[in-house]
Design a protein around this ligand. Structure first.
Ligand code: PLP
Length: 340
């Protein structure tokens, strides 16, 4: 069997021996009855890290986002987000299906919106208009190439939300990447967001799982919506144990993925087949191809046992993660240099 260097996504990681060990020894119960000791512990741990009152363990980040949107809105409301946002691009039209809301898309800077654009996008209080009720940001931004918000800008957006009575949600599928890259703390985020979604299944290396964080009333409502969405799990403690392990062991190491991503990007910057590399701030590299389509380049890399992802006709994405070793990075750099 060929072993690939897999940069398609940070979702491809497999649990390490130590994580599997933690999973095997998990204390479990029926979580729909609230009796799974490990799920309860994971939810308490995550909530306390972010200084939030509660948390809800869910099967996916799509579900945590969709539950949050459902909880913050009524049918007919409008949600403000960036045009590249995962909640709009990659959640199957869920905002319309699950919540009956319309979306106001903003053209941000590499996936990041700002307080001026948000303020302009809020609908006036007029029977002709949808009622704006929620602002969602994504940090890091996936389609923005792992770009991170300046925390001051998030505070500015929060102020606009407060002034206009809007809820503020963050899709933090890779929030820990941003926190490590910008030397921030989870509690900063807990202070300004009404709800926070984080993925355990991405750069933190868990096989499955995401968490939704918020205050007690919000989480109570979210738990009901999770049940309606079919996301109530039974002995989920095996997965929660992986989550606890990840929150305790896999956050600091993210800086290594960021350094390795920068090293690969540096080589791509000089490559003849690349016209542009988006600034690399975290574990994602997005670059534009020249003289070759993204699909053709991805196929060429695959011949060398390196997997990437064509996200647009001329755009390739590479994502670094827990299973990316320094040797794989060295090999990739060698292959890229020879491709020039
Ligand atoms: C991966 C991802 C999600 C959630 O994806 P799931 O596959 O449903 O867990 C949400 N937002 C962003 C930005 C993501 O990259």
């Amino acid at each position: 069997m060929t072993t690939y260097i897999d940069f398609r996504s940070d979702t491809v990681t497999k649990p390490t021996g130590a994580m599997l060990e933690a999973m095997m020894h998990a204390k479990i119960g029926d979580d729909v009855f609230g009796e799974d000791v490990s799920v309860n512990e994971l939810e308490r741990l995550a909530a306390s890290m972010f200084g939030k009152e509660g948390a809800l363990f869910c099967p996916s980040g799509t579900m945590t986002n969709q539950i949050a949107i459902k909880c913050h809105t009524q049918p007919g409301d409008e949600v403000i987000c960036d045009a590249d946002a995962h909640i709009y691009q990659y959640e199957g039209g869920g905002i319309a299906v699950n919540s009956g809301c319309s979306v106001k898309l903003l053209n941000g800077d590499r996936g990041r919106i700002d307080s001026t654009k948000v303020a302009e996008a809020i609908q006036p209080d007029d029977v002709h208009r949808a009622r704006t009720s929620l602002v969602c940001v994504e940090n890091t931004s996936n389609r923005g190439g792992g770009s991170c918000y300046d925390f001051e800008e998030l505070k500015n957006i929060k102020q606009v939300c407060d002034e206009n009575n809007l809820a503020f949600h963050i899709d933090g599928a890779r929030l820990f990447n941003a926190i490590i890259a910008k030397n921030e703390t989870p509690k900063q985020y807990g202070e300004i967001f009404d709800s926070i979604s984080i993925c355990l299944s991405k750069s933190l290396g868990c096989p499955v799982g995401s968490l939704l964080l918020g205050n007690t009333d919000f989480i109570k409502k979210a738990r009901r919506v999770r049940k309606v969405f079919g996301g109530g799990m039974r002995q989920a403690g095996f997965m929660a144990a992986a989550g606890i392990y990840a929150l305790q062991n896999n956050i600091q190491r993210l800086s290594k993925d960021h350094e390795n991503a920068k090293a690969i990007a540096e080589v791509l910057n000089d490559a003849s087949f690349v016209s542009l590399v988006l600034p690399v701030e975290t574990n994602i590299i997005i670059f534009e191809t020249k003289g070759i389509t993204a699909k053709e380049l991805v196929a060429k890399l695959k011949e060398k046992n390196i997997l990437g992802y064509a996200i647009a006709p001329q755009r390739v994405r590479l994502v670094l993660h827990l299973d990316t070793t320094n040797e794989m990075v060295a090999k990739t750099i060698e292959v890229l240099k020879r491709l020039m």
